[in-house]
Ligand binder design. Structure first.
Ligand code: G4F
Length: 328
C-alpha cells in the first residue's frame, strides 16, 4: 500500500486528491494547520479515510515530525495562500507561505529521504498565475514567466525551487502548472463560485445583484476533479518534469455570466451586475490559455469536464445549497 502526504488538504484540490488516492488504495495523510482548524471537520466529513496530522508549511520542524509519522512515498504540496487579490494586502505573508513554504516542504522531503532520494516523490502545485503578463499565447512549459501579483511571484519561487531540488539532488520533484480549476467545492471568494452562488440566490429571489471587478479578463477554466488526476499521473512517471495542465480554451468573466445566468433562465443579466472598483486588481492578468499538449502526450491526460458543463454543475449545486439554507 502506497502512502501519500498532502499539504493543503482542506482545500478543494486536497479533498479531490484525497478521494482519488483513497480510491486507488493509498494510505493518505493530510496536514492540518493551526489550533482547532475549523476546516478539519470538513475533511473528516468528506474524506473520513484521511489521517490528519498537525503541522504548518512555514514550520520546518513540524514538517519533519509529520513526515516521520506519515512515512510517505509521495508528497503533494498543495498548501498555499491561494487568493490572488489578498496577496497585495498580505505580500510578506503570501511570500512566506506560498513561496518559502515550498522550500520547507522540499527540505523536509530531502531530510526524510536521507541517503535514498529515490524513496519519495514530490509534487508542487505551480500556477498559471506565474505567466502573468503573458509572453506566448497559448502558454506552455517553456513560456517566460512574468508574474503580476505577490502571489504569482511567490509561486515562481516555489516553481524554480522545485526544479532546483530536481537538478541538485536528483529528487523526483514535478511541478504542475495548473490553470484555473473550479468545482462546487471552490471557495466563494473566487470569481466562478462568487458568480454561481449569486446567480443561484438571484434566481431564488434571495438577492438582487452581484458586485464584480474586471469582466473582460479571460481564464482557462477546468474542473478540479480532472486536474488532481494529472497531479497523480506526474508522480507515476519514470522521470520528474513540469507540465501545463489546462483545457486549451479561454472564456471571459462576461461569458461565465452568460452561461451561469442563462442556466437559471435569465438571458439579460446587465442590470443585475454592478462593477465595483474594490474588486479591480492593481495589476491584472488579462488572458490565460494553456497548451496541455505535453500532459496529453506524456501523461495520457485530458480534461473530461468542459466549460459549459462545469459552470452548470456549479450553478445547480449552488441552487440546491441555497434552497436548503433557505429551508425550501
Ligand atoms: O477567480 P479568481 O480570483 O482567480 P485567479 O486570480 O485567476 O487565481 C486563481 O487561479 C490561479 C491559476 O491561474 C491560481 F493559482 C490561484 O490560486 C487562483 O486559484 O479571478 C479570476 C479573474 C481575475 O481576472 C479577476 O480580476 O476574475 C476577475 N474578477 C472580476 N471580478 C474577479 C472579480 N475575481 C474575484 N475573485 N472576485 C471578483 O469580484
Amino acid at each position: 500500500m502506497k502512502r501519500a502526504l498532502i499539504t493543503g488538504v482542506t482545500g478543494q484540490d486536497g479533498l479531490y486528491l484525497s478521494e482519488l488516492l483513497l480510491s486507488k488504495g493509498y494510505e493518505v495523510y493530510g496536514l492540518i494547520r493551526g489550533q482547532n482548524n475549523p476546516k478539519a471537520e470538513l475533511v473528516r466529513r468528506t474524506v473520513p479515510g484521511v489521517k490528519l496530522l498537525t503541522g504548518d508549511i512555514t514550520d520546518l520542524a513540524s514538517l519533519i515530525r509529520a513526515f516521520g509519522e506519515a512515512q510517505p512515498d509521495e508528497v503533494y504540496n498543495l498548501g498555499a495562500i491561494s487568493f490572488v487579490a489578498y496577496s497585495w494586502e498580505n505580500a510578506k505573508l503570501t511570500s512566506d507561505v506560498t513561496g518559502q513554504g515550498v522550500l520547507n516542504v522540499l527540505e523536509a522531503t530531502r531530510l526524510y529521504a536521507g541517503d535514498d532520494i529515490s524513496k519519495v516523490r514530490f509534487y508542487q502545485a505551480s500556477s498559471s498565475e506565474m505567466f502573468g503578463k503573458v509572453q506566448d499565447v497559448p502558454q506552455r512549459e517553456t513560456t517566460l514567466l512574468w508574474p503580476r501579483s505577490p502571489y504569482g511571484v511567490a509561486k515562481v519561487f516555489g516553481h524554480y525551487m522545485t526544479i532546483n531540488y530536481r537538478e541538485s539532488y536528483g529528487m523526483h520533484a514535478s511541478s504542475g502548472i495548473l490553470f484555473n480549476h473550479e468545482s462546487p467545492r471552490r471557495g466563494p471568494e473566487f470569481v466562478t463560485r462568487k458568480v454561481t452562488q449569486a446567480v443561484a440566490r438571484i434566481s431564488l429571489g434571495l438577492q438582487d445583484s452581484i458586485s464584480l471587478g474586471n469582466l473582460d479578463a479571460k481564464r482557462d477554466w477546468g474542473f478540479a476533479g480532472d486536474y488532481v488526476d494529472a497531479m497523480w499521473r506526474m508522480l507515476q512517471q519514470d522521470e520528474a518534469d513540469d507540465y501545463v495542465v489546462a483545457t486549451g480554451e479561454t472564456h471571459s468573466i462576461r461569458e461565465l455570466l452568460d452561461v451561469a445566468f442563462s442556466h437559471v433562465g435569465i438571458d439579460d443579466w446587465e442590470g443585475k451586475v454592478v462593477q465595483d472598483p474594490r474588486f479591480f486588481r492593481p495589476a491584472e492578468v488579462d488572458l490565460l490559455i494553456g497548451d496541455p499538449t505535453k500532459a496529453r502526450e506524456r501523461l495520457d491526460w485530458t480534461p473530461k469536464v468542459g466549460f459549459l458543463e462545469l459552470v452548470r454543475m456549479m450553478v445547480e449545486s449552488d441552487v440546491a445549497q441555497q434552497k436548503e439554507l433557505a429551508g425550501r
